[in-house]
Design a protein around this ligand. Structure first.
Ligand code: URA
Length: 257
């Protein structure tokens, strides 16, 4: 298609984009993935430089630390302008369910449906998650659900290292304010970020870890398992997930009050 030869008005241009499958914006600036400066390839040293540059009162660490309730944490995240995802998403996706629940589930980042509704796990993977919960006699109102990243990455791409580093203080504080008895990491991204590991989810899943942070008096038992959207693509892993959730049910049943 030779664009220069056609005179488009804005509406025609948007229609043309839709027809050729360009149905969402995935960034503010064009990104050339063939050059070396792609943010997806940013080395850790660069990430640290970018993150530590944010030393003013509005850094995610300072905003998170100053939040003493879930409501104030939500407002702090809403006020934070350091993460570029905020410019392309529709809504902040904070959490859903019971903040007093024993079990807290942490996914990766909102998808399209979650972005529209502002609620985590309400799309296809959320429906599968509800079935998984039901299989161990739980409803989503019995658990607390949130994500590592509170804004939708455009095009549902995997959050890059900088985004994860910038958002980490918020989820760490979120866990401290909820103080669940058990944490389940849905997928490798949240498990690796919060357990400070670089392991494959196939290696981590089904095992119990001790999750710790400076604002927690006691560590919290935590299990990584496969992400429901991964299970939608590779249903043969549902069997292992079933085992993981049986183990989670057992842990819940054995909690002393
Ligand atoms: N995937 C996630 O990790 N979180 C959601 O909220 C939805 C899909």
């Amino acid at each position: 298609m030779v664009l220069q030869e056609t005179t488009f008005n804005l509406e025609q241009l948007l229609r043309w984009y839709l027809e050729v499958g360009v149905d969402e914006m995935i960034g503010e600036q064009p990104l050339d993935h063939y050059t070396n400066d792609s943010t997806f390839l940013t080395p850790v040293t660069e990430v640290n430089k970018i993150v530590t540059k944010q030393t003013n009162n509005n850094s995610s660490t300072q905003l998170a630390t100053a939040s003493k309730t879930l409501e104030s944490l939500k407002m702090a995240i809403e006020s934070y302008d350091g993460c570029k995802l905020k410019n392309t998403c529709r809504n902040l996706v904070f959490a859903s369910g019971n903040p007093k629940a024993d079990l807290m589930l942490i996914g990766e980042a909102p998808g399209a449906e979650e972005d529209i509704q502002g609620i985590p796990f309400v799309g296809a993977s959320g429906r599968l998650l509800e079935c998984i919960l039901k299989s161990i006699r739980l409803h989503r109102k019995d658990v607390y659900i949130t994500n590592l990243i509170p804004w939708r990455p455009p095009g549902n791409c995997k959050p890059d290292l900088i985004t994860i580093e910038l958002c980490l203080p918020f989820i760490i504080r979120h866990i401290e304010l909820v103080t669940p008895r058990i944490i389940v990491f849905l997928g490798g991204t949240s498990a690796n970020a919060l357990l400070y590991k670089h392991d494959a989810i196939s290696k981590m899943r089904g095992k119990w870890y001790n999750y710790k942070s400076t604002g927690l008096i006691n560590s919290i038992v935590a299990m990584p398992t496969y992400h429901p959207s991964y299970l939608l693509r590779t249903p043969q892993h549902k069997r292992e997930t079933w085992h993981d959730f049986l183990s989670i049910r057992k842990k819940l049943d054995n909690l002393d009050n």
